[in-house]
Design a protein around this ligand. Structure first.
Ligand SMILES: Cc1cc2nc3c(=O)[nH]c(=O)nc-3n(C[C@H](O)[C@H](O)[C@H](O)COP(=O)(O)O)c2cc1C
Length: 421
């Protein structure tokens, strides 16, 4: 195989001459191993680079040369064609498939476009020489072998829902498959992908541009020791009714200190780290805490940012329409049962995570958010406050309210907090 690229036919012939009848068997086992490591790049022949197929498994490689029958088959609704980071390349992918294509010619873009529009493909001719004639035939054979095709009846809809995996929406399955090992060939994990370009973003935002700074009271060490862990776990629940008097600033201070206050800082080489009450993927601690305060005794109504190093609030805006619109959204998200004393908005400084992680940054951010939700529920219950997570918020409104760039730092979660009745 030293003279790459090589045709399968010529490799089989060479293997047969050298090792006898077991030669081609060994060759295909070896090619299967290369395929499962995403190292096999298949083109129709040595001169045709219009389309390349990259199988992810030995079984896909074996399947590639079997005779195809496309009758009763349809293209999966999850297939997509998109630009690659390499100029002049398009990627044709499907999160159901164990392989993808690199498309390099307009003719093949047209072929893919026709298949995407019609959701149908026709069978390529099988060749006795385990050879696939032409880029279009490779496209079709690879689609069938890798799993781009589904039963045609699955591509129909009933009651407005697709029949093919109706529980999955396109973007959810794409994110799921791309942020896990198994169905992709890109690097994934802690690759420090942005380290060659820039240092990591700072461990915390000490001062957002604020109009006033408010030092918060520090809770007594006993404030979290009234209930045992077992009692907290037994009594934790979502509370959507806040007491008439509203939260006090000391209750809010205790909650923020117990959940978020930075317990320590240290350096490893050039990189700074913090220690906090909750864990965070890669110690990234990307989540910033914003508070839309509607009713806290001792605090003016307005939008605040929490500084977890100095245990202080920075007031970003006084009461305004956008803030009220976000509070109204939270009222609707709680099925119109609760207009919160405080709406906590968790915003990710995305680059804290994407600086290190390839392929799994956004998934890690959502996992970090889940950890913070759990911490907030636990602490609020232990402090005798009323907590409730929310599943939906408006990241555009958050960006406009705070003036923070949507792509730099964006709201990913909301949480209502109030005084318990
Ligand atoms: C990720 C997440 C999202 C949630 N979204 C909402 C929501 O949008 N509105 C709401 O009223 N409750 C929401 N909740 C609260 C759940 O409805 C609640 O946890 C669930 O019904 C179980 O009840 P319990 O928390 O009282 O045990 C959410 C909880 C979580 C963890």
């Amino acid at each position: 195989m030293a003279n790459l690229p090589a045709s399968v036919f010529s490799l089989e012939k060479a293997a047969l001459e050298r090792y006898g009848h077991m030669g081609p068997v060994m060759l295909h086992a070896y090619l299967g191993v290369l395929a499962s490591n995403r190292l096999l790049h298949v083109s129709a022949d040595e001169t045709d680079a219009s389309v390349t197929f990259i199988p992810y498994a030995a079984s896909v490689w074996e399947e590639l040369f079997r005779k195809k029958d496309f009758s009763g088959r349809s293209l999966s609704r999850f297939a997509l064609l998109r630009p690659s980071s390499e100029a002049g390349h398009l990627l044709f992918e499907c999160p159901r498939a164990h392989g993808h294509f690199v498309i390099r010619s307009c003719e093949q873009v047209k072929n893919v476009g026709e298949i995407l529009l019609a959701r149908r493909a026709c069978a390529p001719e099988a060749s006795p020489e385990r050879k696939i004639d032409g880029g279009q035939a490779l496209l079709l054979a690879g689609m069938q072998a890798a799993g781009f095709m589904v039963d045609a009846e699955d591509s129909e809809s009933t009651l407005g829902l697709p029949r093919e995996l109706p529980q999955w929406e396109f973007h959810d399955l794409y994110l799921h498959s791309r942020s896990r090992l198994g169905r992709q060939s890109d690097q994934i994990g802690g690759t420090y992908r942005m380290a060659p370009l820039q240092p990591p973003d700072p461990i915390a935002v000490f001062r957002r541009d604020h109009i006033a700074s408010i030092a918060l009271p520090i809770p007594s060490p006993d404030s979290l020791r009234q209930l045992t862990v077992g009692e907290v776990m037994d009594s934790r629940c979502s509370v959507r009714k806040h007491a008439a008097g509203g939260l006090s600033i000391s209750q809010l201070g205790s909650f923020l200190h117990s959940c978020f206050f930075v317990r320590g800082m240290w350096k490893s080489g050039e990189i700074e780290f913090t220690r906090r009450p909750y864990p965070s993927g890669g110690a990234s601690y990307d989540l910033e805490v914003y508070l839309l305060v509607s009713r806290v005794a001792g605090l003016a109504v307005g939008t605040y940012h929490y500084d977890p190093v100095h245990h202080a609030l920075g007031m970003l805006t006084p009461d305004n329409e956008l803030m009220r619109a976000m509070l109204d959204d939270s009222y609707r998200a709680s099925a119109e049962t609760c207009y919160p004393d405080v709406l906590l908005v968790l915003a990710s400084r995305f680059r804290r995570v994407s600086w290190k992680y390839s392929g799994m940054a956004y998934a890690t951010i959502l996992k970090n958010l889940g950890v913070v939700y759990g911490t907030m529920y636990t602490v609020a219950t232990a402090l005798g406050l009323a907590p409730c997570a929310l599943g939906l918020g408006d990241s555009d409104k958050f960006s406009r309210l705070t003036g923070i760039d949507y792509y730099e730092e964006g709201s990913v979660g909301e949480f209502m907090l109030g005084a318990l009745n």
